[in-house]
Write a protein that binds this ligand. Structure first.
Ligand code: MSP
Length: 637
């Protein structure tokens, strides 16, 4: 990567498991990749940015079964949900990859066959403890005292089967050589951890499952499916068309930068390069393992139910403010607790008070002193007045400083330096006091100062663009620049005097609305989430119904199809009762149903309404029925 030579830049995020919904931890990595992609695009590199979903996991099957959906239906819905979430959050990915796609299946088969042909895959009986949450075998020493997975707090499954193994041990030496390249695995402390792990001696790994049905069949033995990690890692080359020798492979591989969380760093720095070496390909250029957002010190995860939803956050604060906050708050390699209080402090301070105010002040002065027209600066004056010239020098210095920060994934440092510059412009205004220049009628000086401030703001907009693409465009427009900022010629546009005098500035638009308003909406949302009004409750049309017929739904272990009499009509309803009631037990029962629920199709059967039942954590379930006999159709209120 460089400011001077155009490069082919390939950036990836991990592909996400779809049983989970996107949370702030996922957004963290995806936003970082988006920031790098946008930076490289704006400096003129040829960028390819890939994200996607990891769908061939046992977790997928379990999650689908839980809600009585076919796995295919579930994966399609969830993958669409992930893709749409990233679109809503303004993530500029070029390709969204799914591991259930044909192209990916073809890639996996191709690579695995190459490893096999190279003598790196063999069959062996294996016994181990498998954590479905982690999708990996855990050793006894990795478990908690009571024998549970430390991350998911669940007992791993005992697995004993005949699997195919990959000769990871064969690649020890080549991996050590790879790690000699100081840029391959970052940050340093995580790299050292990996080096330590390799030096202890690598064991071959199981890469297939005999008892699992959902997944990609092995080309060498179709009775087994490929281990989800072996499958998932290959996405990075599927996305470049490895399966059909696409030119994209030529162009972007091995120039890849993989951003991953620290928990999956080992898969990416050890297993993945070994797989590639075995298949005759070069390992990726770089893997960066970032830290974790925690809540009260615990990893954010669905199983721990402390998820923070990035869409909800961005509805309250704006996407760009969230991007700024998460990248500013934690040095990229480190962990940190997520705190809404800290977010609000930064929103109010760094964003509204420092950046928002600077723009406001600058525009107000142009309105007042120069009829909203960008003034003509006196170049000589600018060049000879140290205070004026310093604004230019600091801005130009930042160009290479920023570039280096990106190179080293030092986003937080980069933003600190950038904000120091923004603060220095505010200070410049206070020191120079343009209002006094105006009073003294020092027109040349006033014009030059105003121009310099606006020019600095233009450069700031360009510098913050990768982090805050919408805010930077807003700044551009308010400076009277109608260019699409992402299409700007960066190196030209960040030059001093690139701003055109004589043009009118744009319409004012607050960058960061006041925090009080934001807080109010937050509290309102909270109220909304927890409390329903009586009017809202009245919307539910609850009725007594009588079960007339009941039968099991083929292909589903949980569902019963019921025909019910709801007073004025008979209708079909599907309910997850099969584990608790035999169909014949249901006939004649009086139940409570929501009559006006939107119909839904389950396993091809249209279900109209929903019955009510009580359940507890021990897996017991009881139907709700009227305490006395009462005719079907009776209203419940
Ligand atoms: N499917 C695998 C990745 C396969 S890549 C070939 C996976 N998926 S995941 O959905 O569980 O996690 C995806 C990424 O999100 C990982 O990099 C993980 O580190 C990251 N994060 C999950 N929770 C996180 C936080 N609380 N904070 C920061 N990142 C976190 O693993």
């Amino acid at each position: 990567m460089s400011l001077n030579n155009k490069e082919n830049y390939y950036i990836t995020t991990p592909i996400y498991y779809i049983n989970d919904k996107p949370h702030i931890g996922h957004f963290y990595c995806t936003a970082a990749a988006d920031i790098l992609a946008r930076y490289h695009r704006i400096i003129g590199d040829d960028v390819y940015f890939v994200t996607g979903t990891d769908e061939n996991s046992q977790k997928t099957v379990e999650a689908a079964e839980k809600i009585d959906k076919s796995v295919k239906e579930f994966t399609d819905e969830m993958a669409a949900n992930w893709e749409n979430t990233w679109k809503k959050l303004n993530i500029s990915f070029d390709k969204f990859i799914r591991t259930t796609s044909q192209e990916h299946k073809d890639s996996v088969k191709k690579l695995l066959q190459k490893c096999y042909d190279n003598g790196d895959i063999y069959k062996k009986e294996y016994e181990g403890l498998y954590c479905v949450g982690c999708e990996k075998f855990l050793t006894q020493s990795e478990l908690t005292e009571d024998g549970k997975c430390p991350v998911h707090k669940t007992k791993p499954q005992k697995v004993k089967e005949e699997n195919y193994f990959f000769r990871l041990s064969k690649y020890e030496k080549q991996l050590l050589e790879l790690f000699e390249n100081k840029d391959f695995a970052l940050p340093e402390e995580r790299k050292n951890e990996m080096l330590g792990f390799i030096k202890q001696g690598l064991k071959d790994i199981s890469i297939s499952r005999a008892t699992v049905k959902w997944g990609i069949p092995l080309p060498i033995d179709e009775t087994q499916v490929v281990y989800v990690w072996f499958d998932a890692l290959i996405n990075y080359i599927t996305a470049l068309g490895y399966y059909n020798d696409s030119e994209m492979m030529e162009k972007f591989w091995p120039n890849a930068i993989h951003l991953v969380g620290k928990d999956i760093f080992r898969f990416h720095t050890i297993m993945w390069p070994a797989m590639l070496l075995s298949a005759g390909l070069t390992p990726p250029k770089q893997v960066f393992g970032h830290g974790f957002f925690t809540i009260n010190g615990e990893k954010i995860s669905k199983s721990l139910k402390n998820v923070i939803n990035p869409i909800e956050l961005s509805n309250r604060y704006g996407i760009d403010a969230i991007r700024y906050f998460i990248m500013r708050e934690i040095p990229f390699g480190k962990d940190s607790d997520f705190s809404v209080k800290r977010l609000e402090e930064r929103y109010k301070g760094d964003l509204a008070d420092v950046l928002g105010n600077l723009l406001n002040r600058a525009l107000n002065m142009v309105d007042k002193y120069n009829n909203s027209i960008i003034p003509e600066p006196i170049h000589e004056l600018h060049n000879h007045k140290e205070e004026y010239k310093k604004l230019e020098r600091d801005a130009i210095d930042l160009l290479t400083k920023i570039d280096n920060r990106y190179k080293n994934f030092e986003f937080s440092q980069l933003l600190i330096e950038l904000w120091d510059y923004i603060k220095s412009i505010n200070k410049f205004i206070e020191d120079i006091k343009p209002w006094e220049l105006n009073k003294k009628k020092l027109e040349d000086e006033l014009n030059t100062v105003l121009f310099d401030i606006l020019q600095a703001l233009k450069i700031i907009a360009l510098y913050i663009y990768p982090f805050m693409p919408q805010i930077s465009q807003k700044i551009y427009n308010q400076l009277g620049l109608d260019a699409d900022i992402e299409k700007e010629n960066y190196k030209e546009a960040v030059k001093w005097f690139s701003l055109e005098p004589g043009k009118k500035v744009g319409k004012k638009d607050i960058l960061f609305p006041q925090l009080e308003e934001v807080k109010d909406t937050m509290e309102e949302t909270k109220k909304d989430e927890n409390i329903v009004t009586i009017d809202e409750f009245k919307k539910f049309d609850l009725r007594v119904a009588e079960v007339l017929e009941a039968e099991r739904i083929e292909k589903s272990e949980k569902l019963l199809k019921l025909k019910i009499n709801i007073g004025d009509e008979e209708r079909t309803l599907v309910a997850g009762l099969a584990k608790y009631y035999k169909p014949e037990e249901m006939i004649g029962k009086k139940i409570i149903v929501i009559k006006n629920l939107k119909p839904a199709k389950l396993f091809g059967v249209e279900s109209k309404g929903m019955l009510l039942a009580a359940s507890n954590e021990n897996g017991e379930l009881a139907l709700l029925t009227p305490e006395k006999d009462i005719s079907p159709g009776a209203k419940i209120s």
